[in-house]
Design a protein around this ligand. Structure first.
Ligand SMILES: Nc1ncnc2c1ncn2[C@@H]1O[C@H](COP(=O)(O)OP(=O)(O)OP(=O)(O)O)[C@@H](O)[C@H]1O
Ligand SMILES: O=C(O)C1=C[C@@H](O)[C@@H](O)[C@H](O)C1
Ligand SMILES: [Mg+2]
Length: 172
């Protein structure tokens, strides 16, 4: 799962993995566990570049396992190295959500270090505009909508996956 903060990568990914009966792993959670710190603490103590290096390591390691759903962090798909690793080992799914929905979902949580600015909505907008071209490189896209539940979203992802002949057999 790739896409912006608040798109639902973690929540939809977890539901999707349950439906498919495969493990679910979240790269942000893995980084927090390995560092024994929150992402905000990693950013504050070691900086974003350090976080990005750990993120690449974690994603490459997770991609080496068996069939699974991996939810990445919102910035992961920006790096060409990560995109290449993901497309070698898996299928990327962009959860596309518009800014109003993203903002609605991130505004109440102070856990995202990149949004700790004087104008978080403006920051979210700038990040979105700068990133959308990278997310568009994903293999598949699924649109989020305020009325879609997590199972609705997971089913949309499955429907998109079924357009891929290489996964059709595995998820039937
Ligand atoms: N379809 C949905 N229905 C209801 N709530 C949702 C849905 N998708 C996401 N949410 C909620 O929106 C919030 C943000 O979702 P989530 O944490 O999955 O985003 P994310 O893409 O993983 O963001 P990040 O890049 O910051 O990790 C969560 O509280 C989640 O439960
Ligand atoms: O969009 C981003 O760059 C980020 C999203 C989160 O998932 C975390 O990976 C971190 O807060 C950075
Ligand atoms: Mg997440």
């Amino acid at each position: 799962m790739v896409g912006m903060m608040g798109a639902g990568k973690s929540a939809v990914g977890r539901t999707l993995a349950q439906i498919l009966g495969v493990p679910f792993i979240d790269s942000d959670d893995e980084i927090e566990r390995a560092a024994a710190m929150t992402i905000a603490e990693v950013f504050a103590r070691d900086g974003e570049a350090f976080f990005r290096a750990r993120e690449t390591e974690v994603i490459k390691r997770l991609l080496g396992g068996g069939p699974r759903v991996i939810s990445t962090g919102g910035g992961a798909f920006l790096a060409a190295e990560n995109r290449a690793a993901i497309s070698r080992a898996g299928i990327s799914v962009w959860l596309r959500a518009d800014l109003d929905l993203l903002w609605e979902r991130v505004r109440h949580k102070p856990t995202r270090p990149l949004l700790q600015t004087a104008d978080p909505r403006g920051t979210l907008t700038r990040l979105h505009d700068a990133r959308v071209g990278y997310y568009a490189k994903a293999d598949l896209v699924v649109d989020a909508h305020p009325d879609y539940t997590l199972p609705d979203m997971a089913k949309q992802v499955i429907r998109a996956l079924k357009t891929r002949p290489d996964v059709l057999e595995e998820i039937n």
